[in-house]
Design a protein. Structure first.
Length: 359
């Protein structure tokens, strides 16, 4: 494949995915297509912006005419689709933005792929007898489409969808559209559903970077409800590695769950962060625990997510490269070394959003 469009490449996960593809595919042009919303930041890609196989195109996936120009310019062989509105809290206050970007935006991309690619009608549910693929639509999704778990059990690739927030419902709709285009038109596709990511470049509205930022600044650490919400966490660079490996090696028509085999209750996670950060900041042990502040719960909050990534491990041999404690340490170091990045993204619009959300 000569030209690959990665959508949402200026965002948190997208920037790591772009870097992974640029570094491992010197003969392929990697086109980072991004609208640069509040969550997109080209600073995330400063280290690779001069690489000869990297190019940035500003375009909005909700605007088909903008997408068409990029498709006409590059005639892409594949699309790796990450662009999305991604924050559950924002989806509660403004669901339409999520439906426009995550559902309509995905449909716009699929329609252009359908128009530009010669699709193979000889398939069963997007699975082709001849695996020599010329094109691929690889859709990046979340484990939140599966809904909420009780105290036991794991999400499998076969688990029924049961999304509970406008964000997860919009992602579920986009997953269904991708599979429907595979089934109906022979679009070669792959979908992967991943658990919560953490790591460098994470916008500080999400739990881990928000707490890192607030521990540095000795501001309250807002924890929803009783703090017992449980999530599986994966270091973002391990997610980017998984996406690259799936892109290269997986069969079309497949779905993969990606996760860290690493469940944490929010309160325990925040205490681990405090432990590591107080040591790095040379503060007394437990100093920042006084910042923990329980806040009113998010409406319809899912209790527990836990993902089983065994299929990915068995089929492709992928597994996380770092433990959670190691990944958290690397993440904290990155934020401490990049205070300017943090200051830039926490000024302006984000500040207004933060004050409204937690006042
Ligand atoms: P993010 O919010 O950090 O980045 C999203 C990127 O998409 C930004 O660069 C933004 O500018 C761009 N974008 C938004 N709307 C756009 C539009 N209309 N047109 C073009 N670009 C647009 O998100 P993230 O956390 O990096 O998530 C990336 C993808 O991975 C999303 O599809 C998300 O659903 C999925 N995902 C995220 C997580 C997680 O923990 N963050 C976990 C599993 C799956």
């Amino acid at each position: 494949m000569k030209n690959i469009i990665i959508t949402g490449g200026a965002g948190f996960i997208g920037s790591h995915v772009v870097r992974e593809f640029v570094k491992n595919n010197p003969d392929t042009k990697i086109i980072n297509l991004d609208a640069l919303t509040y969550a997109g930041n080209l600073e995330n890609l400063k280290d690779i912006e001069d690489e000869p196989n990297y190019v940035f195109e500003k375009a909005d996936i909700t605007k088909p005419e903008e997408l068409r120009k990029v498709f006409e310019k590059y005639n892409p062989d594949a699309v790796v689709h990450l662009a999305a509105e991604s924050h559950v809290d924002r989806s509660i206050t403004d669901p339409m933005a999520f439906i426009n970007t995550n559902v309509n935006g995905t449909a716009n991309l699929l329609n252009l792929c359908k128009e530009f690619w010669t699709l193979n009608p000889d398939h069963t549910h997007g699975r082709f007898p001849d695996e020599k693929r010329n094109n691929l639509f690889y859709h990046i999704s979340t484990d939140e489409v599966y809904g909420s778990l009780g105290e036991t059990g794991f999400f499998l690739e076969t688990t029924s969808y049961d999304p509970q927030s406008p964000y997860s419902a919009s992602k579920a709709a986009s997953d269904h559209l991708v599979r429907a285009y595979g089934n109906t038109y022979g679009m070669p596709f792959i979908v992967s559903n991943c658990s919560n990511n953490y790591g460098p470049n994470h916008f500080p509205e999400k739990l881990i970077p928000l707490c890192i930022s607030n521990i540095i600044n000795e501001k309250p650490l807002p924890i929803y409800g009783d703090g017992k919400y449980t999530r599986d966490w994966l270091f973002v660079i391990d997610h980017a590695r998984a996406i690259h490996q799936i892109f290269k090696e997986a069969k079309t028509g497949e779905t993969y769950n990606i996760g860290g085999f690493n469940e944490w209750q929010n309160i325990d996670l925040v205490k681990e962060l405090i432990k590591q950060m107080d040591a790095k900041l040379e503060r007394p042990e437990g100093y920042s625990e006084k910042l923990i502040t329980f806040v009113k719960d998010r409406p319809g909050h899912d209790k527990r997510y836990a993902i089983d990534a065994t299929k990915l491990n068995k089929d492709l041999g992928w597994k996380p490269s770092v433990t959670f404690e190691e990944g958290l340490g690397k993440t904290i170091d990155w934020y401490l070394e990049n205070k300017e990045w943090l200051e830039n993204v926490t000024s302006g619009d984000y500040q207004k959003y933060y004050e409204k959300q937690y006042s």
